[in-house]
Design a protein around this ligand. Structure first.
Ligand code: GAP
Length: 437
């Protein structure tokens, strides 16, 4: 199996140590495959979502946004096919009691202890909860396993209120929940995760053309985040692999440490969902094309990505190590737009009030433009190491000489190159280097 040199445990260690990602409820021993994003993780995740929203909604005329609720009328999941078929076939080991997905097993016996396995049972991946406060009258509802259905059931609302014409899309970012059986690989397969989904509605017959368009556009988006091209590929689903709703599907895959794995799926869902919702809700979700005087149910092309997987791929791809003066240096070569902190202002000596004052003044001046922090909690070497490891593109250092010549050092993360710049020009120089962020 092809692999990168990076190990997931290195990424998980860095994430915990530096405040990117923590195990959920850790002080209670955690909960399987549920993760919390720390002070830096929330910034990185927000930046990834911001880039997606910008490219899907703000940079286009044919897409509108939506934020639908997680809880929905349970009929939605009957119409979508999730109640009947969103399930894995599982077997249990009669000896060690562990549970396995049948499609992941190689032999007939338990892969852990060699024990005998039960007959396969179907296990629905949706989490169930209840709505209603009256005992005995509560209704079973599901935590949505995909955000897509919130878009389909709002198709008419968005169409009518935004006065859009086909082809047009609805974009949404939000939480989804799946009671996954095969977990592990850090955040890759979580039980609670976020999706970034676009449902792009087109005239039947124009679907293949738009499908090709979105497959190419989505691959390109990942490279635009700074992920190396050679670590990305497209893979088309075999017929037997296709989800119940899909006519065709391509995955964008990333070369994770455990091998090539799915980042995003781009599916041609044809008219499956709108037809199903028309049938079960009794509402006619037909589109009227007034120019052609035609009525039809639109086809849908769906690029559906995972926020957490994009974040993980960005972290893995940015993780670099090198030896500098016999010491290992770890840094995250994050794209400037994604780096949680853009500039760290550091005093060489924290016991010199004039240096501290000058450094804090520079930090205050930069703050209005982007995330800039002041840090004096360690020696300069350690402070640089910390900023390298969290991916801060620039450090500004104030030293004793700065007090005399009014110049400070700007240090670049990847090359570690340093240059002296007049303090009055720091803002302008950084704006140029951060490409106008
Ligand atoms: N609406 C289509 C849909 O949900 P999917 O392939 O099941 O399709 C889309 O999911 C994307 O959501 C995946 O490509 C992946 O990035 C993300 N995803 C799915 N299950 C996930 C999980 N358990 N943990 C993290 N991300 C997940």
């Amino acid at each position: 199996m092809e692999k990168t040199g990076v190990e997931l445990k290195d990424i998980a260690n860095l994430c915990k140590r530096r405040g990117y990602i923590f195990q959920s409820s850790e002080i209670y021993g955690g909960i399987g495959s549920v993760w919390d994003y720390g002070p830096l993780g929330v910034e990185l995740k927000n930046a990834v979502k911001r880039e997606w929203w910008k490219s899907m909604v703000y940079d286009r005329d044919d897409v509108e946004g939506l934020d639908a609720a997680i809880l929905m009328n349970p009929e939605v999941w009957k119409a979508s096919g999730h109640v009947a078929s969103f399930a894995d076939l599982l077997v249990d080991c009669l000896e060690c009691k562990k549970r396995f997905r049948i499609d992941k097993l190689e032999g007939k016996d338990c892969p852990e202890c060699g024990g005998k396995l039960t007959e396969p049972k179907s296990f629905n991946l949706m989490f169930k909860t209840q709505v209603g406060s009256v005992e005995g009258q509560a209704t079973d509802v599901y935590l949505r396993p995909e955000t897509a259905q919130g878009i389909f059931v709002n198709f008419e609302n968005v169409l009518n209120s935004s006065r859009k014409k086909l082809p047009f899309g609805i974009a949404q970012i939000g939480k989804a929940f799946r009671n996954e059986i095969t977990t592990g690989n850090f955040t890759f397969r979580s039980r609670e995760f976020e999706q970034m989904e676009l449902e792009f509605f087109v005239k039947p017959g124009e679907d293949e053309k738009w499908y090709d368009y979105w497959v190419a556009a989505r691959l390109e988006w990942y490279t635009s985040l700074g992920i190396r091209k050679e670590h990305l590929r497209l893979r088309e689903h075999e017929k037997e692999e296709l989800a119940h709703y899909a006519k065709r599907c391509h995955d964008v895959e990333y070369l994770f440490p455990m091998g090539w794995s799915e980042l995003e799926g781009i599916a041609n869902r044809a008219d499956f969902d709108l037809k199903q919702h028309s049938r079960l809700s009794g509402q006619d979700l037909v589109y009227f094309d007034d120019a052609a005087d035609e009525r039809f149910i639109p086809y849908v092309i769906e690029p559906s990505g995972g926020v957490d997987r994009a974040v993980l791929a960005v972290l893995v791809d940015a993780y670099r190590t090198e030896t500098v003066r016999d010491r290992k240096r770890v840094y995250l070569a994050l794209d400037n737009r994604l780096a949680p902190i853009k500039v760290a202002v550091l005093p060489l000596l924290k016991n010199r009030p004039e240096i501290v004052e000058m450094a804090k003044g520079i930090r205050d001046d930069l703050r209005g433009d982007y995330r800039a922090v002041y840090d004096d909690t360690a020696s300069i070497g350690r402070l640089y190491r910390r900023q390298d490891e969290i991916g801060t593109p620039y450090c500004v250092t104030v030293d004793v000489e700065s007090l005399d010549d009014g110049k400070v050092t700007i240090r670049e993360r990847d090359s570690m190159e340093q240059d002296r710049v007049d303090v009055s020009r720091v803002k302008e120089v950084l704006r140029e280097r951060l490409c106008g962020l």
